[in-house]
Design a protein around this ligand. Structure first.
Ligand SMILES: Nc1nc2c(c(=O)[nH]1)N[C@H]1C(S)=C(S)[C@@H](COP(=O)(O)O)O[C@H]1N2
Ligand SMILES: [Mo]
Length: 532
């Protein structure tokens, strides 16, 4: 260390970076670090990108009330909000660290090292990343530190003017050879380099061309689903359409970036408590009998009246047949499945193996290969069970085991081990607090009790007697069913309640339960106003 560095450490009147330059050094170093990590990750495994790994770890560590809040508050934008929030926090930390490093680079060096180590730990903690993935955050660490120290060294400095030594004002005085101009140019070059690295990483990471893989596949089911009868929905009265367009199908998962798998690379290993292990390819699935089934999928985190239910024509192969081929050993009561991003799910073997089982390894939705965000190339679907215990997307591993032996992702976070879908109904028109014209009015909505079927929906205006609603034509017991009811509304405010009865004769309880641990219960009730 030379004399001038020593002086910087000790002498309060030593040259220091102007605030703008110090902040810029911090920001640029962090940007370069993230870009370098992103580029290296693209070459190894896109999930190794330190920024994504930290985000994914944050999602897994988030306490579930906060996660529920995020889903409720931001809906499907929750992940964008998280990434943007992380960017703001990291940029803020970089500016602060830069600003603290006006005299010596030590504070920023410490922060760069800490951020780098956070990235290393996050990548090591991802369950599905290989050890080489750690090269990505290490690249971030090295580049971040290097850029920080280098820019810090060449940044312009201000020294207190001799005459003004005792007043704290300082004026810019350019240290010879380290001009402001050169600093700005160098910084610009580093920023441009970071941009190129990030864009390059994005391009290379995107080389897994999921859309091309999807486009190359034609699905022709051997057994098609019966056409949806006219009268299966009351969309004109305000219900959803019976079949949900793929682009509107609800989406719930913990994946920060949609996993990219190609059909031609896909393998599923079926192992554990089986007589023979199986390894299936996508072509193996295409070679089997492809069946199409109309099924409503819904999420356990749906509040009463919530939106997380959709219906589609899934195309897939019988999961029961595959497990039968593998030979389920006695005692295996849980099928533990794993997605390529490490998410896990536990499904009762009994639900998959019952004789009339419609459990599928699904590869298509509404005639198309699964959209990437719904699990391309292969997901699981078991009618009658909430998605978190049955509907693994980006499925790559299936292990026969026991409930005693293994707890899946949400079970570790206090959700139920077993979660059949609860009988439920929802009012879609009117919306809560809507103003509607007084007089003749048609209310409408949906009800569901997958695997049992809906037998009756009743509505109640202003706490009066329950009256039966008209039901839409039933498609099958694994789908939702729409209802409508006519009223003659007086002007003023009203309440409307709905409840459904399923084919076992069970009528929805009015007892309210939160979604955790095994699904919300209670009647959907709304307030609305009729105007004269
Ligand atoms: N890999 C993976 N699969 C998953 C999940 C997930 O977080 N990761 N979420 C499950 C949950 S909670 C639900 S409700 C359904 C939702 O499927 P969708 O997004 O296609 O509607 O997927 C299930 N499969
Ligand atoms: Mo879910």
């Amino acid at each position: 260390m030379n004399a001038s560095t020593r002086r910087q450490r000790t002498d309060p009147r030593a040259p220091r970076l102007p605030l703008w330059a110090a902040a810029a050094v911090g920001l640029i170093a962090v940007a370069a670090a993230l870009a370098a990590g992103h580029l290296v990750a693209a070459l190894i495994d896109p999930f190794a990108s330190p920024f994504l790994a930290v985000g994914n770890t944050a999602i897994d560590l988030t306490p579930h009330p906060l996660k529920d809040f995020a889903i409720r508050a931001f809906g499907e934008n929750d992940k964008v909000v998280l990434l943007a929030g992380m960017a703001v926090v990291i940029a803020g930390a970089a500016v602060v660290a830069g600003a603290l490093s006006r005299r010596t680079p030590a504070p920023g060096t410490v922060l760069a090292a800490v951020l780098g180590l956070v990235g290393v730990v996050a990548v090591l903690a991802r369950p599905t990343l290989d050890a080489v993935a750690v090269l990505a955050p290490l690249a971030s660490l090295v580049v971040g530190l290097g850029v920080f120290l280098w820019l810090h060294r060449i940044a312009p400095r201000r020294v207190p003017r001799k005459a003004a030594v005792d007043d704290t004002r300082s004026v810019e005085w350019v240290v010879p050879g380290l001009g402001r101009r050169r600093f700005l140019i160098t910084s610009g070059v580093v920023v441009a380099g970071a941009g190129v690295a990030a864009a390059g990483g994005h391009l290379i990471g995107g080389r897994v061309d999921v859309e091309a893989s999807r486009r190359s596949i034609r699905l022709t089911p051997d057994v098609t689903a019966p056409p949806i009868p006219a009268g299966a929905d009351f969309a004109r009265d305000g219900t959803p359409t019976f079949i949900t367009p793929n682009s509107e199908f609800y989406r719930v998962d913990t994946a920060l970036s949609v996993p990219k798998l190609l059909a031609q690379d896909w393998r599923l290993r079926v192992h554990g408590m089986v007589d023979r292990e199986l390894v299936l390819t996508y072509d193996d699935l295409l070679g089997r009998e492809l069946v199409e089934k109309t099924i409503s999928l819904c999420c356990v985190s749906n509040e009463v009246g919530g939106p997380y239910i959709s219906t589609t024509n899934f195309i897939g192969v019988s999961l029961r047949d595959i497990l039968a081929e593998a030979g389920v050993r006695p005692g295996a009561d849980q099928l533990a499945t794993r997605s390529v991003d490490g998410w896990t799910c536990g499904t009762p073997v009994a639900d998959i193996m019952k004789p009339d089982s419609d459990a599928l390894l699904a590869i298509g939705m509404n005639g198309e290969p699964l959209p990437a965000e719904h699990g391309f190339p292969v997901r699981m679907v078991v009618p009658g069970l909430y998605g978190f215990v049955s509907a693994t997307k980006w499925l790559v591993d299936a292990e026969l085991t026991t409930f005693a032996e293994f707890d899946a992702y949400w079970v570790k976070r206090d959700w139920a081990r077993k979660a059949p879908i609860k009988t439920m109904s929802r009012i879609d028109r009117p919306k809560g607090f809507e103003q509607v014209p007084a007089g003749r009015f048609v209310a409408a909505g949906v009800a569901w009790a997958q695997h049992r079927g809906i037998d009756k929906v009743e509505v109640r205006l202003d706490g009066g007697p329950w009256q039966p609603a008209t039901l839409s034509t039933e498609v099958n017991v694994d789908t939702w069913r729409m209802w409508r009811a006519e009223f003659d509304l007086s002007a003023g405010s009203h309440t409307l309640d709905v409840r459904a009865t399923d084919r076992t004769g069970y009528t929805q309880t009015d007892e309210r339960a939160e979604p955790i641990p095994d699904g919300a219960s209670g009647w959907h009730s709304i307030f609305f106003t009729a105007t004269p």
